[in-house]
Design a protein around this ligand. Structure first.
Ligand code: HEM
Length: 455
């Protein structure tokens, strides 16, 4: 009797019913996050769908995520969305691969050392205080825009140590670029970048202006190689074991990457935090009590961070419910196996913080904003990839300590002086674009708690 080969039965995980031509297009739906949540609930730890010609394996279990990001990371490349953004980021850390990535990561790592980033604490609280001086009681602010401006000024200063007047052109160019670079535009074929539409002309001009400014600053730094205490100094002076240094092009690419990766994500963390705190007065109260106890009216410093435990829990809980990086994705280099399924070369694996962070197996009452859950034994013992706002494995976010310090210090500085309330009761819609942005900003009003805070 001929033997029957049952291997095909395990070829693909379950998944949603596809349209015969286009498959499934969750990102084009009205509410992609709801679609992913529904499929995850229905199909479990691993499911499959095809978006046109792109094969996607969606992983919803910490062990599967660890298998990709840690145990077999060399079998994966960054996914096509990240690869397409190379025309702008070049070969910066976010987009780079292989040996070249490893060398650049080693050269950049010391710039993010604890002692180094500690020296940026004053820049962070200083710019926050300046912003607060301009806020008026009960006015209406788009808190997302306020946080974007603030974190941009901080990252520009930490990167270049440039004076305020040089921040202006960088900030303007970046704003134009962010306005014009939705996730979809990044995916368009390269030729569309040269279309003579007003938006693309404005976009190209902004990229050119930003390039010129950044390259000008790098050239000036090359001529005068003193340590200005900023990240660029560390990067220009870094040497690998063979004494090799970064070229100007490599410096440009890393700096562009830090500029963009280093401010929007932290701004979003704070934006969503204000949104959540405004809906949870008891937690807001608890935060104010901690700030009163630890700071008693002082501007926070780096050395206060270990004592601002509830503030840190608030940030962690906010990144659980509204992770600024809502997913990470990879393209498979050679076929491999997960849970008995063959995952073919060229297909994509997606791991979503939005989904994992709401998994009731790890977070009871997952939709509930409860910062205190981070003080429990249960949460301390979570599997590594039940919560991964900064990714993980060798490609983990290089700026995670910088970001945690910044978010906690800014939260403390702002919450000490103002309470923020929502202007309307409308639910804010999170849009899973490159990052998780509020669809139309978030309108909030500041209410004065303290008029001045001694430094
Ligand atoms: C709350 C704030 C932040 C969040 C949530 C965040 C999240 C992430 C995530 C999830 C990744 C991994 C992406 C992947 O595996 O595909 C990543 C990578 C990266 N992040 Fe962040 N990030 C934040 C802040 C920052 C800051 C402040 C900087 C720099 C100043 C930064 C620079 C980078 C870079 C350069 C990479 C690529 C690292 C590599 O592949 O070697 N990020 N970030």
């Amino acid at each position: 009797m001929p033997t029957i080969n049952y291997e095909f039965l395990m070829l693909r995980p379950p998944g949603p019913k596809p349209h015969f031509l286009i498959g499934n297009m969750p990102l084009a739906s009205r509410n992609p996050l709801a679609v992913f949540s529904k499929w995850s609930a229905e199909f479990g730890d691993i499911f499959y769908y095809r978006a046109a010609w792109i094969q996607v394996y969606f992983l919803n279990h910490p062990e599967l995520i660890e298998a990709v990001l840690v145990r077999n990371y060399q079998n994966f490349l960054k996914d096509h969305v990240i690869r397409k953004s190379r025309w702008f980021f070049g070969e910066g850390l976010l987009t780079n691969e292989g040996e070249s990535w490893l060398r650049q990561r080693r050269l950049s790592q010391p710039a993010f050392h604890r002692d180094r980033i500690a020296s940026y604490a004053r820049i962070m609280t200083g710019y926050a205080s300046q912003m607060l001086d301009s806020w008026k009681q009960d006015e209406t602010l788009d808190i997302h825009q306020e946080m974007m401006q603030l974190t941009l000024r901080i990252v520009v200063r930490a990167l270049f140590n440039v004076e305020a007047e040089q921040i202006g052109p960088i900030s303007t160019a970046l704003n134009v670029m962010m306005r014009n670079s939705t996730g979809v535009r990044l995916l368009l074929p390269p030729a569309t970048r040269y279309l003579p539409t007003p938006a693309m002309i404005q976009f190209r001009r902004a990229v050119r202006r930003l390039d010129e400014t950044v390259c000008g600053i790098i050239a000036a730094r090359r001529r005068n190689e003193i340590d200005s205490g900023d990240l660029l100094s560390m990067l220009t002076q870094a040497r690998d074991e063979d004494g090799g240094r970064m070229t100007d092009k490599q410096l440009r690419d890393e700096v562009m990457t830090f500029l963009l990766a280093g401010h929007e994500t932290t701004a979003l963390t704070l934006t969503w935090t204000w949104y959540l705190l405004a809906q949870h007065p008891a937690d807001e109260e608890k935060l104010h009590a901690e700030l009163e106890r630890v700071l008693a009216g002082r501007v926070p410093e780096f050395s206060d961070l270990p004592k601002l435990t509830f503030a840190e829990q608030v940030i962690k809980e906010s990144m659980r419910l509204y992770p600024p990086a809502w997913s990470v994705a990879r393209t498979v280099i050679s076929e491999f196996e997960l849970r008995g399924y063959k995952i073919p070369a060229g297909s994509n694996v997606v791991m979503s913080q939005w989904i994992m962070h709401r998994d009731p197996r790890y977070f009871p009452d997952p939709e509930e904003f409860d910062p205190s859950r981070w003080a429990t034994e249960r949460t301390r013992k979570l599997p590594r990839f039940a919560y991964f706002p900064f990714g993980g494995g060798p490609r983990q976010c290089i700026g995670n300590s910088f970001a945690m310090m910044e978010a906690t210090l800014l939260l403390a500085t702002i919450a000490q002086r103002f309470r923020l309330s929502a202007v309307s009761n409308e639910a804010v819609v999170p849009v899973p674009s490159f990052t998780l942005r509020p669809k139309t900003g978030i309108r909030m009003s500041p209410h004065v708690l303290r008029t001045e805070v001694p430094a």
